[in-house]
Design a protein around this ligand. Structure first.
Ligand SMILES: Nc1nc2c(c(=O)[nH]1)N[C@H]1C(S)=C(S)[C@@H](COP(=O)(O)OP(=O)(O)OC[C@H]3O[C@@H](n4cnc5c(=O)[nH]c(N)nc54)[C@H](O)[C@@H]3O)O[C@H]1N2
Ligand SMILES: Nc1nc2c(c(=O)[nH]1)N[C@H]1C(S)=C(S)[C@@H](COP(=O)(O)OP(=O)(O)OC[C@H]3O[C@@H](n4cnc5c(=O)[nH]c(N)nc54)[C@H](O)[C@@H]3O)O[C@H]1N2
Ligand code: SF4
Ligand SMILES: [Mo]
Length: 723
C-alpha cells in the first residue's frame, strides 16, 4: 500500500520540504511539497534521488574493521566496544588532547549527532574539535569579530533593490546571499520587483546569467575590487553619514585606506573595465536597501578575512542594517527568541584564547580550530599529539587541503573511526567505519538553518520557519546502522561518562530517543517543538508586530570599519605588484588560476555513487575557456596535467565559454588516495592536492589558498592511463 508523507530533504543543507511516496515500507518517490511555505514545492535532482540513495546497493549497512589493507564486517556494537577501549587507553596514556573530533558537512542535517559528539568531547575534556566550516568561509566569523555584529541583523533580501554577490552561486549551491530556500524563485521574484543584482565572479555562473551586471574578474582580486567599490561610494557621497556618526568607528581610517584603489587601478589588477567598478558602486550606493555578501570563492582565495571584512564595511558605510521600528524578519522558532535591537553587539575576542595548536602559531579563534592544521598536529610527534580522530559526516581525504599530507596523517593515527554511508576515501583508510542511518530513517528538525543566521550576515531562514519530520522508513532489512548520536552516546556509555546537552544531563542508563534529544536541543525555544510538530508541511511562525527595539540606554558599542590589522592588510594588497599574484609566492610559470566551484548534481564528495547523479560525468571536469584550450592545442576530453608549485593532478579538459580566459574551474572533493589516480574518468581528481597548507595561509584562521591557485596546464603524458 502506498502512502505519501511530508519530509525534510537532508541531501544538502537547504532542507527542502518534500513529499515522499512510501510503498511497502520503502521510499519510492520524492516530489516537492507545494504546500510548504518556505520552499514552494522546489526539489533538485539530488533530492529526487533520496529513494535511490536509501536503497543504494553500494550503501554501507554494516560496520567495518580494518584488517591490513582491507576491511571486515563487525557488529556495530562490537565496533563501539573496541573504539571506546582504544579511546580510553589513549586518554589514560596521553591525555584527552590526544583524541580529536572532525564534525563536518553531514552534521548540519543531524543536530542530535552534532550535539552528542560535542557532549562526548566535553566529557572527555578534549578541546580538539574541528569542523568543515573552518575550511569553508572562516573569514565570516573572523571578520564579524573584528567589525562587530549588528544585533538586529541585515536588511532582508526580498525587499532589497540592489544586491552584490561576490564569488557565490546560490542558484546552484543553495548557500548564502539569496536565501538558500528555493533561491531561483526568490531571485526571480526579486528581479521582477526591480532588484538589480551584481555578481563578481570569474565565471558566468547560473546566478551571474541573471545579473544586471557581471564583473568577470581575475580570481583573487576581491579585496582590491571591494576597496575600489567603497572608494567610489565614498567619493560620490553614497554613504549613510548619520549612521556612520552614530554607530561606527574607524571611518576616517577606512576612507584613507581605500582611497588609492581608484577604478583605473582596480581595473588593471582585476582585469575588468573601470566603468564596471563605478557602475557596481553606483547600483549599490544609490539603492535604498540591499546588502553585499560573499561566498566560498573569495574565502578560499587568499585574504578571505579581509574580503569578508570589506563586505561588512561596505554594508556599514551604506547603513544597510535594520533600524529601530523596522519589522524583525526572523525572531527564530526552535531556538530562543531573538528580538533585534538597533545596536552593535559587544565584539568577541578574535584570537589569543583557548587551545593553541602546536604548529604555525595557530590556535582557537572566532572561526574555530582549523582542520587545515590537523594533519600536521597528527604528524608532529611529542606531547599533546593527536592519536585518535573521530570523524562524523566528513571526508578528510577528499575535502581537506593538502591531500598528500592528510593521507600521511590518516595513516599515522592509532585510531581513525568514521561514521559514513559508504566506503569513502577516508573510510578506506579508517580503522573503523560505522554505518549511518539515512535521512528518512530518523526524525529531523530544521534547526541548523536557524543557527546559520549566526554564521554570517544574510544566511539562514528569512522568516521564522521550522519543520519536523518523524522517522518514515526502517533501514534496509538486516542493516546494522546507527544514528550518528548513538555512536557518541555508545562510546560515552562505555567510558562511564555523563554526557550533557544544552545544560541538561543525558540519561546514560535508559537510552533516550532522537525525539528526546530534540527536546533537549530545543529547550528554551521561542516555539515549543510540540507546536512545530503540528504542521507537517512546515510553518512560518510569524510575529508581525515584533519591531526592532531601540538601542539600550547608555550602550556604547560600535561597528568598526577601520580595524588596524585590516587596514594594514589592505595596505599590503596595495604594495603587491599588479600581476594578480596576490603578494603570495610569486610563481611566474604557473600562469593559470584554478578556482573552486560547485556542481549541481553532486554535493562535495556525496552523490557520486548514484547513477542518476553521474549521468553527465563521473569525474570533476576541468572547465576551461575554449580560447585557452585552442591555444594549448587541447580538445574537450583530453587528459591534462594541472600542476601547482606544490603538487600535480590529472584532469579531463572540458570546454566552457562561461569561464574567464586564464582560469580553470574545478570542483573539489573528487578523487581518492593516490593509488587510484589511474581511475581518473571514474573518480575524478583531488584539487586539494594542489594546496600547501603551510604557505599562503591566513594567520588568524589558518585558511590556506584553496582557490585562485597558480597552476600550469599541459597535455598529460600518455602513461597515466596504465589501468
Ligand atoms: N550542488 C551542490 N551544492 C552545494 C555544494 C556542492 O558540492 N554541490 N557544496 C555546499 C557547500 S559545502 C558550500 S560551502 C556551499 C558554497 O556555496 P557557494 O559559495 O555559492 O559556492 P560555489 O557555487 O562554489 O560558488 C563560488 C563561486 O566563486 C567563484 N570564485 C572562485 N574563486 C573566486 C575568487 O577568487 N573571487 C571571486 N570573486 N569568485 C571566485 C567560483 O567561480 C564560483 O562560481 O555550497 C553548498 N552547496
Ligand atoms: N579544494 C577545495 N577544497 C574544499 C572546498 C573547495 O571548494 N575547494 N570546499 C570546502 C568546503 S566549503 C567544505 S564544507 C568541505 C567539506 O568537507 P567534508 O564535510 O569533510 O566533506 P564531504 O565530502 O562533504 O564529506 C561528507 C561525508 O559524509 C558522508 N555522508 C553522506 N551522507 C551522510 C549521512 O547521512 N550521514 C553521515 N554520517 N555521513 C554521510 C559522505 O559519504 C562523505 O564521506 O570541503 C572543503 N574543501
Ligand atoms: S536543494 Fe536538492 S538536495 Fe538540497 S535539500 Fe533541496 S532537494 Fe534536497
Ligand atoms: Mo562548505
Amino acid at each position: 500500500m502506498a502512502e505519501i508523507k511530508t519530509a525534510i530533504c537532508r541531501f544538502c543543507h537547504s532542507f527542502c520540504g518534500i513529499k515522499v511516496t512510501i510503498e511497502d515500507g520503502k521510499a519510492v518517490k520524492v516530489v516537492g511539497d507545494k504546500d510548504n511555505p518556505m520552499y514552494f514545492g522546489y526539489t533538485c535532482v539530488k533530492g529526487r534521488q533520496l529513494p535511490a540513495q536509501h536503497d543504494n546497493p553500494e550503501r554501507l549497512l554494516h560496520a567495518q574493521r580494518r584488517t591490513g589493507d582491507g576491511h571486515e564486517r563487525i557488529a556495530s556494537e562490537a565496533a563501539l566496544d573496541e573504539i571506546a577501549a582504544t579511546i580510553g587507553r589513549l586518554i589514560a596514556e596521553h591525555g584527552p588532547r590526544s583524541v580529536a573530533l572532525y564534525a563536518a558537512t553531514y552534521t548540519f542535517p543531524y543536530p542530535a549527532g552534532r550535539a552528542m559528539a560535542m557532549a562526548l568531547m566535553d566529557a572527555i575534556g578534549s578541546p580538539m574539535r574541528f569542523t568543515s566550516a573552518t575550511i569553508d568561509q572562516p573569514g565570516k566569523p573572523m571578520s564579524m569579530a573584528l567589525h562587530g555584529r549588528w544585533h538586529a541583523g541585515p536588511q532582508p533580501y526580498a525587499e532589497s533593490d540592489a544586491w552584490i554577490l561576490v564569488g557565490a552561486n546560490p542558484v546552484v549551491s543553495k548557500w548564502g546571499g539569496i536565501p538558500q530556500y528555493n533561491p531561483a524563485k526568490r531571485l526571480h521574484d526579486a528581479l521582477k520587483n526591480g532588484q538589480k543584482l551584481v555578481v563578481i565572479d570569474p565565471r558566468l555562473t547560473e546566478t551571474a546569467e541573471k545579473a544586471h551586471l557581471h564583473l568577470q574578474c581575475k580570481p583573487g582580486e576581491d579585496p582590491a575590487i571591494l576597496a575600489g567599490i567603497a572608494n567610489v561610494m565614498i567619493s560620490e557621497g553614497m554613504i549613510d553619514e548619520a549612521f556612520l556618526a552614530a554607530e561606527v568607528d574607524g571611518f576616517e581610517a577606512f576612507r584613507a585606506a581605500v582611497a588609492p584603489f581608484t577604478p583605473d587601478y582596480v581595473a588593471r589588477r582585476a582585469g575588468v573595465p573601470a566603468e564596471q567598478i563605478v557602475e557596481a558602486a553606483r547600483i549599490f550606493g544609490s539603492a535604498r536597501r540591499g546588502m553585499i555578501t560573499a561566498g566560498t570563492g573569495p574565502n578560499m582565495a587568499p585574504r578571505g578575512t579581509l574580503t569578508e571584512y570589506l563586505v561588512l564595511a561596505i554594508n556599514t558605510i551604506a547603513g544597510r542594517w535594520l533600524r529601530e521600528g523596522e519589522k524583525v524578519p526572523n525572531p527564530f522558532v526552535l531556538i530562543p527568541e531573538r528580538h533585534g535591537k538597533a545596536q552593535a553587539e559587544k565584539k568577541p575576542k578574535p584570537w589569543g584564547y583557548g587551545e593553541q595548536l602546536r604548529v604555525r602559531g595557530l590556535g582557537e579563534n572566532a572561526s574555530g580550530l582549523t582542520p587545515a592544521a590537523l594533519a600536521e598536529e597528527i604528524l608532529l610527534d611529542g606531547e599533546g599529539q593527536v592519536r585518535a580522530l573521530m570523524c562524523v559526516g566528513g571526508n578528510p581525504m577528499a575535502a581537506w587541503p593538502d591531500q598528500m599530507r592528510t593521507y600521511e596523517a590518516m595513516k599515522k593515527l592509532e585510531l581513525l573511526a568514521t561514521i559514513d554511508i559508504k566506503m569513502s576515501a577516508t573510510a578506506k583508510v579508517a580503522h573503523y567505519v560505522l554505518p549511518a542511518a539515512l535521512g528518512l530513517e530518523a526524525p529531523a528538525i530544521t534547526i541548523s538553518n536557524e543557527n546559520a543566521w549566526f554564521y554570517g550576515s544574510a544566511t539562514g531562514y528569512p522568516d521564522p520557519y521550522a519543520q519536523y519530520q518523524p522517522k518514515l522508513v526502517e533501514p534496509p532489512a538486516g542493516a546494522d546502522v546507527l544514528e550518528e548520536w548513538e555512536v557518541f552516546y555508545g562510546i560515552g556509555q562505555r567510558l562511564g561518562l555523563q554526557l550533557r546537552i544544552n545544560g541538561q544531563d543525558v540519561d546514560m542508563v535508559n537510552k533516550p530517543t532522537t525525539d528526546d534529544l530534540f527536546e533537549m536541543i530545543c529547550r528554551g525555544s521561542r516555539i515549543p517543538l510540540s507546536e512545530v510538530k503540528k504542521y507537517p508541511h512546515g510553518h512560518i511562525f510569524d510575529d508581525p508586530d515584533m519591531m526592532v527595539l531601540p538601542k539600550d540606554e547608555g550602550w556604547a558599542e560600535t561597528l568598526d570599519v577601520g580595524h588596524p590589522e585590516m587596514m594594514q592588510e589592505l595596505a599590503e594588497v596595495l604594495a603587491e605588484p599588479e600581476t594578480n599574484d596576490a603578494g603570495h609566492t610569486l610563481v611566474a610559470d604557473f600562469g593559470y588560476r584554478l578556482v573552486s566551484r560547485r556542481l549541481n548534481d553532486v554535493y562535495n564528495s556525496s552523490g557520486r555513487d548514484l547513477p542518476a547523479l553521474t549521468r553527465n560525468h563521473h569525474y570533476n571536469p576541468a572547465f576551461m575557456n575554449p580560447g585557452d584550450l585552442a591555444a594549448l592545442g587541447l580538445r574537450a576530453g583530453d587528459v591534462i596535467r594541472i600542476a601547482s608549485d606544490h603538487g600535480s593532478i590529472l584532469g579531463v579538459a572540458e570546454e566552457a565559454a562561461d569561464v574567464r580566459p586564464g582560469v580553470i574551474s574545478m570542483a573539489h572533493s573528487f578523487g581518492d588516495a593516490p593509488q587510484f589516480d589511474n581511475q581518473l574518468f571514474f573518480i575524478g581528481s583531488n584539487t586539494g592536492r594542489l594546496t600547501d597548507v603551510t604557505r599562503d595561509f591566513d594567520a588568524r584562521t589558518g585558511m590556506p589558498r584553496m582557490s585562485a591557485i597558480p597552476v600550469s596546464i599541459t597535455r598529460a603524458e600518455a602513461s597515466w592511463a596504465a589501468e
